[in-house]
Design a protein around this ligand. Structure first.
Ligand code: SAM
Length: 257
């Protein structure tokens, strides 16, 4: 009688165990691919090519650099605008000869200082913040950059400041608006900033990819929903020309027609 020859040269229990592990691994890979949430589109900041890009393009004022390094030491330091984003916005502000800028979400003032440096001596950055701590920390470096007098810090919810500016008749007088405060109000910020901008003015919205969550927000993730709604609104908005750049966590530029 023919004896059944085992097809594997390992005991059955071990073979079964390996098969189960293999199946689990494959399922993990599949689910991992399916539910993986992309964090960023560009290489990591410590990637040599990204470092090369920064080293060949960044022209950071020494006080601005000190402010960035100081901010990175703080617990929420990562919420600062990235240096290449700030430099791009400052260059665009120069290009359109900006004099009046709105900055929603001051934090330690990195974006406010970068923009103030791009303005002529009589230029003004109205910057909005609810937490007095971070601007207080950054203020000595605003002074060192010699832009402190250009920065008008409003310590109250940004919506209140925007409504005050509209009530004071400043609609259509700002050249640049940067929206980088809380996400729950981002649609209201967008609409008010658009009113405050002059035709040809530029509106920048930060973090529009929301760490990839815009693809498929988790149930109850109000911030991701708000960002998605704003992105959709901007896409359909015939009042602006737009670009969405993959810099940082996504940067939308909307130019008022
Ligand atoms: C992402 S950070 C801003 C980063 C800053 N633009 C920079 O370049 O470093 C967001 C800031 O918005 C502030 N913020 C949150 N809710 C706000 C509100 N309702 N009005 C004004 N500022 C607010 C936070 O306290 C925080 O400092």
């Amino acid at each position: 009688m023919n004896q059944l020859v085992p097809r594997l040269s390992v005991p059955a229990a071990l073979a079964l165990g390996s098969a189960a592990l293999g199946a689990a691994f494959a399922t993990g890979l599949f689910l991992g691919r399916r539910f993986q949430r992309p964090q960023r589109l560009l290489p990591a900041e410590d990637h040599p090519l990204w470092q090369y890009l920064l080293s060949r393009s960044m022209r950071e004022h020494p006080a601005l650099r000190s402010l960035r390094l100081l901010t990175l030491e703080q617990p929420q330091g990562e919420s600062m605008m990235t240096c290449e984003q700030a430099q791009l916005l400052a260059n665009l502000a120069r290009l359109i000869k900006a004099k009046k800028v709105l900055d929603l979400g001051t934090f330690t003032g990195y974006s406010a200082v970068a923009l103030a440096l791009a303005l002529p001596p009589a230029g003004r950055v109205v910057t909005c913040e609810v937490d007095p701590g971070p601007p207080e920390l950054g203020r000595p470096l605003w002074r060192q950059a010699e832009v402190e007098r250009k920065i008008d810090l409003r310590l109250q919810p940004a919506l209140e400041t925007l409504d005050e500016l509209l009530a004071a008749g400043e609609a259509g007088t700002f050249d640049v608006a940067v929206v980088d405060a809380d996400k729950e109000n981002c649609v209201a910020y967008y609409e008010r900033c658009l009113q405050l901008l002059r035709p040809g003015g530029m509106l920048a919205v930060l973090r529009v990819l929301w760490r990839g969550e815009v693809l498929r927000p988790r149930p109850g993730d109000a911030e991701a929903e708000c960002v998605r709604n704003l992105n959709e609104r901007i896409r359909r908005d015939a009042r602006v020309y737009i670009s969405l750049l993959p810099l940082g966590d996504g940067l939308t530029l909307a130019f008022k027609i």
